[in-house]
Design a protein around this ligand. Sequence first.
Ligand SMILES: Nc1ncnc2c1ncn2[C@@H]1O[C@H](COP(=O)(O)OP(=O)(O)OP(=O)(O)O)[C@@H](O)[C@H]1O
Length: 683
Amino acid sequence: MMKLEELSVRQIKGVSAQKEGELHAFGVHTVADLLGYFPFRYEDYRIRGLTEVKDGEKVTVQGKIMGDPLLQRYGKAKSRLTCKVVVDGVLVTAVWFNRHFLQEQIVPGRDIILTGKWEQRRLQLTVSESEFPDRGAARSGTLQPVYSVGGSLTQPWMRKTIKQALLQFGPMVEELLPTELMDKHRLMPRAEAIARIHAPDDSTEGQAARRRLVYEELFLFQLKLQAYRSLNRSRKDGVAIAVDPEIIRQFVRTLPFELTDSQKKVINEILADMRKPSCMNRLLQGDVGSGKTVVAAVALLAAVKSGHQGALMVPTEILADQHMRSLQRLFEPAGVQVGLLTGSMTERRRRDVLAGLLMGLTDIVVGTHAIIQEGVNFRSLGLVVTDEQHRFGVNQRSILRRKGMNPDVLTMTATPIPRTLAITAFGDMDVSTLRERPQGRKPIKTYWVKHGMLERVLGFIRREVDAGRQAYFICPLIEESDKLDVQNAIDLHIQMQQAFPDLAIGLLHGRLSAGEKDEVMRAFSDNEVHMIVATTVVEVGVDVPNATLMIIMDAERFGLSQLHQLRGRVGRAEHQSFCVLIADPKSEIGRERMKVMTETDDGFEVSRRDLELRGPGDFFGTKQSGVPEFKLADMAADFAVLEEARDDAADLTSRETFWTDAIYTRLREVLQKEQLFQGDLLD
Ligand SMILES: Nc1ncnc2c1ncn2[C@@H]1O[C@H](COP(=O)(O)OP(=O)(O)OP(=O)(O)O)[C@@H](O)[C@H]1O
């Protein structure tokens, strides 16, 4: 028997080639797609008594026509049709606009069902839809689904077509969930839920159908993450990185600081994970400035000292350069060779690095994400350290695997992720968290000022610079125009040079060449420049511990986590640091954001408040694609279900039977479709 996901919508009676084309635009290709095209709300046509209805409300009532209709015409097309109807013993005036053709059907004594807006004062109902019980009245008394439609696909057409699809194919809907889980959560069968969600008898039933389908959606999503995770764990073809602990201890002794307890704890977690022959897939989350780099360095060293190579992927060339230099400094005594691979380097140097990697002369390569993709081959890649924007999904893994590499992966993020989202987006990973910042760090003092107070801000800059410290002045980001961004930075730079003729002030923006950017950052980090004016190119990861003042112009244009990231560029050593937000936010949420920033400098708290203000859908913005769009589930409202689904999925995938038992065939097919274990478990 053909599967519903293999049957074209043309198989449904009434779907022409033209309609098929339009359905494609809504992502609907197959019968399964159409049955899964759920309504986003219902229109309530259930008949109610007039006494329950409030003035101005939309309502459906049943009554008896009491007199002849009265038709008034205005010009060719416009008309007003009225008649008296008795509803619940009250004489009501029903009014139709531009429905003159109904005149003949309105006969005294006939029963009628009216849907429309109720006007209490005039006892009048402005009718939007009407039906006659003696003609069937199919709509009345029901909840009608409302679909997202457009073009020639009207609401009635969609309703009719989905009804038809259910009629023809409803019985073919297969169950996906194991009985065990349906019993556990008292869920209705899939076929029933799909039929019900399109045509519920009442709202309880609609909700029960929705609950079943939400659970299914979240469960399948979690199943994919958990299956991926459990496959990774069960495979023994990863790189087992067993390093002599003494080498690590010795390295740690060469550091200019004592590791925090948090750093020691996560290093232990990571090394224990790397030691296993399965692939590590671990998320390291830590607030800005919590010292993630040195943790990554230890992991990389472990890979190198056990005979493998490491790669560190960063989002920008500035960061590649910075990390390259700090790793070189750190690894100097250990005799580890670090290479740099970026888009802007000369072909010759690139060739040298590539040869070094292939022959194993280069131990660690630092670069943007191109280091994994473009014709880069390693002698033996043991560990990839990456950031959450380039997180390793199934696809990246398989690219590497095809090249014969199966390294451990450590993903770092400085945006602490509220638990809600962590289990959603990163359910496939183990998580290590850096809770504390290095000792002796003072909380960053944050102030919010209006634009009118720029003079005082200048005084602030002077004070910090006189004390030997450095400052950042960040310009707003104007998304529509990269040109404007740059112009803003250039203007502000000129303004600052005029205000401080005796200071060295650098300028950093996206239009500079990689070499120019590096030079500005180098001069700033060697304290040859007192202040830099920059667009957000400095946002992530830049580390200049002597900088103590972060000023952000038009701060309302930034999101909370971005502001927190920017603020995290200061407060990276023992000096008291400051952040000044210059903003005149227009909205309440904008003001709320500024307040959050002044109230806390704890990234976990900022994330929590951000989630609250923005809602989960928006939380990650566009950058993090890790958070999926759900069709039905709402991450905030259905969080409890998400947790259940995660536990169920984890439990199921950890069982041997899941991978072999026939009752799970359909579920394994779902995973296979996602290319989750092609050539993995089934071969
Ligand atoms: N245990 C420690 N004691 C003192 N200083 C430390 C310690 N660990 C790291 N540092 C220093 O703290 C600064 C911040 O560390 P690092 O750059 O690793 O932060 P990060 O976690 O990557 O933050 P961000 O996400 O903001 O880049 C660096 O200058 C680093 O040398």
